[in-house]
Design a protein around this ligand. Structure first.
Ligand code: NAG
Ligand code: ZN
Length: 379
């Protein structure tokens, strides 16, 4: 919020105090041009300037943050929702379309997902600033365009950023066009933390699985002739690994445009659980909406072969759901395993489908929940 306090003095002098924004446009422009990045490391604290090297060191130390360099000013203008503001849970009707949905869920194909993932992991990496990262974005765009090609009510677009890899948005128009939109998201980028630009980062699980879960989910809904009442969007984000860049850009832009979002669900890693541990869908416990989690629990109980379980809190800026949380959208995030039983090979050359513990049967259940989420929210 921009506060402007004007004090009239007896001598009719007018003093105006611009209380915030704390950082001026000018400072942001100058520091960005010097290659510095503005990072928000903690909820409620002022963000701090870091070099790209310092930023990478934080990533290597597994410190999560929002890189707010490009959204800071819009956030100041539109406000940021914090956990203090997010205490009233949203309400959603319990899932009820089992008869129509079950046959659609039976068409979700692990063969298709494997085939799409093979194409994605063939890129040396999908880093948001690398050439192959941009090529991977184009590959996903073409795959999604081809799925939507027979449908004039589905538009697929590249959402470009100041870096090379575009995010992708597929919109299915609802018959009630102005109703709030349901969004499912995954991130397309991958990273090799020792050598982001040139190092090998297949990103099979992180987040190849979420990416192909959504591509396949859209495919089965289109094949079933699904026409929602309320609008639906599929998002594939760029730059998640570099501080939730793509999802923040889009969430902030939606908030600024007044676009109403009904609910958001992130799929970020769905293909692994530690061998010998109980197979679950682990629900993100913080920076989520309790009411949406209630809906998601019912959805999983109804449509998935594996049960839900609550994860331990992940903390600040864990994945793209946090970008939607910050703009006040009810969000949730079912994850492949309880933290600790999740994939240990992420952000490295070893994140492939041959890892012991990788399971397409496991990932399939998340793809189904993605379809069920969209269908039950928007039918
Ligand atoms: C990063 O990439 C290089 C070269 O492709 C590879 O040798 C190295 O193991 C990778 N680093 C990690 C952490 O996997
Ligand atoms: Zn990820």
């Amino acid at each position: 919020m921009k506060l402007r306090l004007c004090l009239n003095f007896i001598l009719a002098a007018l003093v105006c105090v611009h209380a915030v924004p704390i950082l001026s446009s000018n400072e942001i422009a100058i520091k960005s041009a010097q290659g510095l990045r503005l990072l928000s490391l903690e909820e409620g604290a002022e963000p701090v300037w870091k070099t790209e090297d310092e930023k990478l060191d934080l990533m290597r130390a597994s410190v999560n943050f929002f890189d707010v360099t490009e959204v800071y000013e819009l956030e100041q203008k539109n406000g940021v929702v914090t956990s203090k503001d997010f205490t009233i849970a949203a309400t959603f009707p319990a899932p009820s379309h089992q008869a129509a949905l079950t046959p659609i869920l039976s068409t979700v194909s692990t063969t298709n997902m494997q085939s799409n993932l093979n194409s994605l992991t063939a890129f040396n990496n999908r880093y948001y600033k690398s050439t192959t990262g941009a090529q991977a974005s184009t590959w996903i765009y073409n795959a999604v365009k081809s799925i939507a090609s027979g449908r004039s009510d589905i538009t697929v677009s590249l959402y470009s950023h100041s870096w090379g890899q575009s995010s992708i948005i597929a919109k299915i128009a609802g018959s009630s066009a102005s109703s709030p939109v349901t969004i499912v998201g995954a991130h397309m980028d991958s990273i090799n933390l020792s050598n982001p630009t040139n190092g090998r980062a297949p990103g099979a699980d992180d987040d190849g699985t979420g990416t192909v879960n959504l591509i396949e989910g859209l495919r089965v809904l289109v094949a079933a002739g699904f026409k929602p009442s309320t609008p639906v969007e599929y998002h594939w984000y760029s730059g998640e690994e570099a501080g939730l860049l793509g999802s923040q850009a889009i969430a902030t832009a939606y908030k600024n445009a007044g676009t109403k979002v009904k609910a958001f669900m992130e799929l970020d890693m769905s293909g692994y659980f530690k061998p010998g541990t109980k197979e679950v869908m682990a629900l993100q416990a913080d920076y989520i909406d309790e009411g949406l989690n209630t809906f998601l629990k019912a959805l999983i109980t109804m449509y998935s072969k594996i049960p839900w379980a609550m994860d331990i809190p992940c903390g600040y800026a864990c994945s793209d759901h946090a970008s939607w949380y910050k703009v006040g959208v009810p969000s949730s995030f079912p994850y492949e395993a309880i933290t600790g039983n999740d994939n240990p090979t992420v952000h490295s050359a070893s994140d492939t489908t041959s890892v012991n513990g990788f399971s397409w049967a496991h990932s399939l259940e998340f793809a189904k929940i993605g379809v069920a989420f969209v269908y039950e929210m928007s039918v």
